[in-house]
Ligand binder design. Structure first.
Ligand code: SAM
Ligand code: SF4
Length: 336
């Protein structure tokens, strides 16, 4: 059998044969919002020194790219609060093999950053927006101003970030009755509005489990108000959101149903936490420390081997049905 961890291997596979070519990189655990489903209100963020520095992130992206990773998504916490985020995008753009750079953001700082980020090489953005009502938006985010998000969405469009994807975590008692209003946005805009089932993780797991709304319920509510949804033909099998359309709509809808309809079989992802751990599955606590060997002077080949060996051990998927909840981190410390 060929040595799958050999220095010249060009693609990473896990023990289930899944091809891992997508790395989500959390730039910081800090955030300018405090969404109820993401973090406890009194969360304390990590000190800057404990986080990966920009050159360390670039080294690890190079290592991943040498193993066949071609897509990077920058996330957080909130990636736009990380100092030097534009330079980081510019740096990642120069890494051979990286074909696509995306970002998931709350959009609050995009009005000023969308243009510079695109100039630096950002290809695509997902913006989180859970409500169209300013009061509900503030209640969910515990501090956000919806106007800032709208300005960010406009700036992203002007900067040419397409397709523009809007993420909405559906939370019972907070925005579950509003999903049709969010879906309606796709009638006049070529946007992808994606409804995410709330996932349980860390200290807020009890709240998350009690307020989760199954995608089937969200879909039914939208259909009751706006008419039947049809499955859109253009489905990328690795995108967790299956695309649907409302009749006559310019945009599309997606439902990310990690809890009720897991899509582990098609998972191509690895995650790098802001403090330098390779997290093998969003909803499992299996992680491999990269920061320590990196700071101890491990060379490129050694890092490559650590990453490839860890990737091979990626667990099949979550174990929520067995009530096995990952407790070591909050969602904001992984990046979704
Ligand atoms: N701050 C950025 C944002 O909000 O878009 C990026 C980080 S955030 C952790 C990434 C995505 O995870 C967002 O779309 C957010 O709504 C989603 N998210 C946060 N907590 C979640 C949870 N418990 N279940 C499902 N999605 C969650
Ligand atoms: Fe911040 Fe994003 Fe978490 Fe909201 S979901 S608290 S914006 S990291």
């Amino acid at each position: 059998m060929a040595d799958i961890f050999a220095d010249n291997a060009e693609a990473m596979y896990d023990s289930y044969g899944r091809h891992l070519h997508y790395l989500r990189v959390s730039l910081t655990d800090a955030c300018n919002l405090r969404c109820i489903y993401c973090m406890p209100e009194d969360i304390v963020f990590r000190s800057q020194a404990t986080l990966l520095q920009a050159d360390e992130i670039l080294t690890l992206v190079r290592v991943a790219a040498s193993l066949g990773v071609d897509k990077i998504r920058l996330t957080g916490g909130e990636p736009t609060v990380r100092r030097g985020v534009v330079d980081l995008v510019r740096g990642i753009r120069t890494v051979p093999g990286i074909r696509r750079i995306a970002m998931t953001t709350n959009g609050i700082r995009l009005a000023e950053l969308a243009g510079p980020l695109v100039a630096a090489g950002l290809d695509q953005v997902n913006i989180s927006i859970d409500s169209l009502d300013p009061t509900k938006f503030r209640r969910i985010t515990r501090r956000g101003d919806l106007t800032d998000v709208w300005r960010g969405i406009e700036a992203a469009e002007t900067a040419g970030l397409r397709p523009l994807k809007l993420n909405c975590v559906v939370t019972r008692g907070f925005n579950d009755l509003e999903v049709a209003d969010l879906a309606r946005l796709t009638l006049d805009h070529p946007w992808h509005v994606r409804f995410i089932e709330m996932m349980p993780l860390g200290k807020v797991a009890d709240f998350q489990q009690s307020q989760v709304v199954p995608s089937a319920e969200t879909r039914a509510r939208i259909e009751a108000e706006l008419g039947p949804l049809t499955l859109a033909p253009e489905h990328d099998g690795h995108d967790p959101a299956r695309p649907y359309r409302l009749a006559g709509a310019l945009g599309q809808l997606g439902f990310i149903s990690s809890v009720t309809e897991p899509f582990c079989e098609g998972c191509t992802r690895l995650r790098l936490t802001a403090d330098g751990k390779l997290r093998l599955c969003l909803l499992r606590d299996d992680e491999v420390d990269l920061l320590t060997p990196l700071r101890a002077g491990a060379d490129f080949a050694a890092l490559r081997r650590i990453v490839a060996e860890a990737a091979f051990r990626k667990p099949w998927g979550h174990r929520l049905e067995e009530h096995d909840i990952a407790m070591s981190r909050e969602m904001s410390q992984i990046g979704g």
